[in-house]
Design a protein around this ligand. Sequence first.
Ligand SMILES: [Zn+2]
Length: 98
Amino acid sequence: MDKAKYSKYCLVPQCESSSIKTPGKIFISLPVGSSKNQKKRRMLWLRAMRRNTDDISENTRGFVCEDHFNFEEDMENYLKYKVLIQTENKLLNLEEAF
Ligand SMILES: [Zn+2]
């Protein structure tokens, strides 16, 4: 498997985290999908990171690093990520967790 193909980087402006630079960080994938719910969630994420929704096309795979999540206030989800990540050795696409 070509590891470089699976490198992840954070979409948040000014954030320089990537799976190459900061391999210890957790990267959560941006919601993708064509259902109304998935689109709405994706829009909320983009808005939260102050990205223009037009900047990032609907099919773009994007990630946000752990720095922008408040895991302590979102413990239930955090535990889900942790479990999934440990299971899949950090290569899992986490969108199912949402
Ligand atoms: Zn980041």
